[in-house]
Design a protein around this ligand. Structure first.
Ligand code: PLP
Length: 363
């Protein structure tokens, strides 16, 4: 059996008629940028998260860097962030000239909240929390620390649409919640797309102006902004997907529950949730000291897996200028050497799940 690590076609065919009808509707409407689909999607996504406002943007990276830009965080400022994240989280900080200050992760792949305060300096302006792999981080502690030290709180929810901590949705704990709707994310468009959610009206307005060349009124530009608008066709297709998000998440939960109960092999450890947190299973990540052997073994059986992520940002060539070395962040580096993401996607057949489970158990 051939099993891909992820596949988007199954998610499309599940609701093919709805997607195709919506695409045709938008194509025939004659209106393609910043129209009624975008407005409706923003209202529906804000309601889904429980935030007051959503402003759609062109990508998840845009959501991050524009958030720090609008919060006024740039050169000379420090932002605390976990070491084990996708590099886009870090680029969101450094595009503005600010410096990321890395904190090691805890056992659940989230920022280790016990290690945040020792990294706070007079330059620290914000904490960026990443709800990695779909798991909500320890938000009670993080919110407490940010309030105590008067820091901004930004959430990278690119992998965590719908994940909650103590019943409250990720993205709504701090100043800005940043989302990506890249096709492979839990809420995926059919191309690049992103958004922020905020509760502050002025902040929402600032994002709306910034994404459209810094202009509120056509050809009157208040600031130097960007072109970061969501297409009508993507907004329309996202509305279709959002209307099914609950069943899509439940399906992933069921696959994860099977993996967690049926995978039994002392050679690896299975994902561990933080108390009070839910997970939407963007990835199902196991850790194994013989990771590369495991990966080859699965590959021989036709099972594709991915390492999220093999090179932590502080060791990436792009961030050599920050001056980190091998050994600077031992836990983060150990995760990079031991993590492996199992196949996990909507529309994954029961036989496919069983095949992965059996293969893992016989490793
Ligand atoms: C995907 C992702 C991003 C970037 O989103 P894009 O839409 O690809 O720009 C940022 N952070 C994390 C954690 C991601 O997984």
């Amino acid at each position: 059996m051939e099993i891909m690590p992820n596949r988007m076609d199954r998610g499309f065919f599940k609701y093919q008629n709805e997607f195709e009808a919506k695409a045709l509707e938008v194509l025939r409407s004659g209106w393609y940028v910043l129209g009624k689909e975008v407005k409706s999607f923003e209202e529906e996504f804000a309601a889904f998260t429980g935030a007051k406002y959503c402003v759609s943007l062109a990508s998840g990276l845009d959501a991050l860097w524009i958030a720090f830009r609008i919060l006024g965080i740039g050169a000379g400022d420090e932002v605390i962030v976990q070491g084990n994240t996708y590099i886009a989280s870090i680029m969101g900080i450094t595009i503005n000239g600010a410096t990321p200050v890395f904190v090691e992760p805890d056992e659940s792949f989230g920022i280790d909240t016990e290690k945040i305060e020792e990294k706070i300096t007079s330059r620290t302006k914000a904490v960026l929390v990443v709800h990695l792999y779909g798991m909500a981080s320890r938000m009670d502690k993080i919110v407490q620390i940010c309030q105590k030290h008067n820091l901004r709180l930004v959430e990278d929810c690119a992998q965590a649409h719908g994940a909650c901590f103590e019943g409250k949705m990720t993205g709504t704990f701090g100043d800005v919640g940043c989302f990506s709707f890249y096709p492979s994310k839990n809420l995926g468009a059919f191309g690049d797309a992103g958004a922020v959610v905020v509760n502050d009206e002025q902040l929402a307005k600032d994002f709306r102006i910034f994404r459209n060349y810094g202009s509120e009124k056509r050809y009157y530009n208040k600031t130097v902004g960007a072109n970061s608008r969501l297409d009508e066709i993507q907004a329309g297709l996202l509305r279709v997907r959002l209307s099914h998000i609950q069943e899509l998440t439940e399906e992933k939960n069921m696959i994860a529950a099977r993996y967690s109960t049926e995978i039994q092999n002392s050679k690896f450890s299975l994902p561990l949730l933080v108390k009070g947190a839910t997970c939407v299973w963007h990835q199902y990540v196991i850790r194994c000291h013989k990771r590369d052997d495991l990966m080859n073994y699965l590959n021989e059986k036709g099972i594709g897996t991915i390492i999220h992520y093999p090179i932590p940002p502080h060791l990436s060539e792009a961030y050599q200028y920050l001056g980190y070395k091998h050994g600077s962040l031992p836990i983060t580096e150990n995760f990079a050497d031991t993590v492996l993401s199992m196949p996990m996607y909507n529309g994954m057949k029961t036989e496919e799940q069983s095949y992965v489970i059996d293969a893992l158990n016989s490793f």
